[in-house]
Design a binder for this molecule. Structure first.
Ligand code: ATP
Ligand code: MG
Length: 336
């Protein structure tokens, strides 16, 4: 009697066993399995990508996407393996800036493969999901965030040195979703312009980083100044009426070359915001109409003029970022 297995029969238990899980239970099991697989895949992505950098701003149109693509291309110029993840569903324009307009995603074995843009930079964008670029996706909050999670988990990035993540403007749910999904994000780069209103908003982003528990790598001031250069009689001196009622006096050198920078908006705002919050100032990027042209014709400024002043300014910002990443203890805002 002690050796015999105990069988407990309850009314209807035979039927229940043979019927298997209900469609609802089946669906729940599938969902749990998919979620587990996604989590494992996020962890693998976390391991295969050495550094992950978020690019944020409080205000729209300050140049996040220009800066994200510029940072990625500048890193690629230096020989790093780089990817860009464009999270902006409503107005994704990274593919256009990377010469990948109209591309569709390549899916193999249920994994999404990034497109390769300029300088071999791998690009994943929500734009690749759009039927038509003029029809923005309007997804309700939870669906949008679920799509982002799934999207991140299903991408086959391979091994990367840097992944730059571009966001829509503002302190919205997207950065939170990404920060919670992708392990070991190094930190965020905050883009601002010298104007007062953009600076106010970038202060919001710095505070926002605390709730995300992602450190601030530093602040970049975009559209900082416009450099005018030309030739005149060697040694001649002249003055220029600059914005804000200022007068700039300059002179041509012995060969007749001159150059001066106009502060179109204001100057030094990014630096003072960084100082106020005790976060690093990563540098200033000039106002360069070539960025606008690049956005339209799909050839980024760094590609069309790899040694030009804008590419040089980007390489300085990249050097400052790498400096912060190599020395986390001495840099950005530490958030515990
Ligand atoms: N340094 C710059 N000099 C001149 N134009 C610039 C510069 N940076 C960005 N722009 C232009 O400003 C516009 C907005 O830039 P961008 O799309 O990068 O901003 P964004 O912050 O990503 O915008 P959004 O908030 O809509 O995502 C674009 O037309 C871009 O070409
Ligand atoms: Mg953008």
């Amino acid at each position: 009697m002690a050796d015999s297995p105990v069988t407990i029969t309850t009314p209807g238990s035979d039927d229940a066993a043979s019927a298997g899980p209900s469609p609802q239970e089946q669906k729940q099991m599938e969902q749990a399995y998919a979620q587990m697989k996604r989590k494992m895949s996020m962890e693998e992505i976390g391991r295969n990508i050495k550094h992950k950098i978020m690019v944020l701003s409080g205000k729209g149109g300050v140049g996040k996407s220009t800066v994200s693509t510029g940072l990625a291309l500048s890193l690629a110029q230096q020989g790093y393996a780089v990817g860009i993840l464009d999270i902006d569903i409503t107005g994704p324009n990274v593919p256009k800036m990377m010469g990948l307009d109209g591309r569709r995603l390549h899916v193999e074995n249920k994994r999404i493969h990034p497109a390769q843009g300029h300088l071999g930079v791998k690009v994943i964008s929500m734009a690749f999901l759009l039927e038509d670029e003029d029809t923005p996706v309007v997804w309700r909050g939870p669906i949008k965030l679920g799509a982002i999670q799934q999207f991140i988990g299903d991408v086959e990035w391979g091994e990367l040195d840097y992944l730059v993540i571009d966001f829509p403007p503002g302190t919205s749910d997207e950065p939170l979703t990404v920060a919670q999904s992708l392990p070991d994000i190094d930190g965020m780069v905050i883009v601002t312009t010298p104007q007062q209103v953009a600076l106010l908003d970038s202060r919001k982003s710095i505070t926002f980083s605390e709730s995300l528990k992602v450190p601030v790598i530093g602040v970049v001031e975009n559209m900082s100044g416009f450099t005018v250069s030309g030739t005149a009689s060697p040694g001649s001196e002249f003055s220029v009426a600059a914005p804000g009622g200022k007068t700039i006096t300059t002179s041509a050198d012995g060969e007749g070359n001159f150059s001066f920078t106009l502060d179109i908006f204001k100057e030094g705002g990014g630096k003072s915001t960084a100082e106020e919050f005790g976060v690093p100032f990563l540098g200033a990027l000039p106002f360069d109409p070539g960025f606008v042209r690049g956005g339209d014709d799909g050839v980024h400024r760094i590609v069309s003029e790899p040694d030009g002043p804008s590419a040089v300014a980007f390489s300085k910002v990249v050097a400052a970022i790498l400096d912060q990443l190599s020395d986390g203890s001495d840099g950005g805002l530490e958030i515990i």
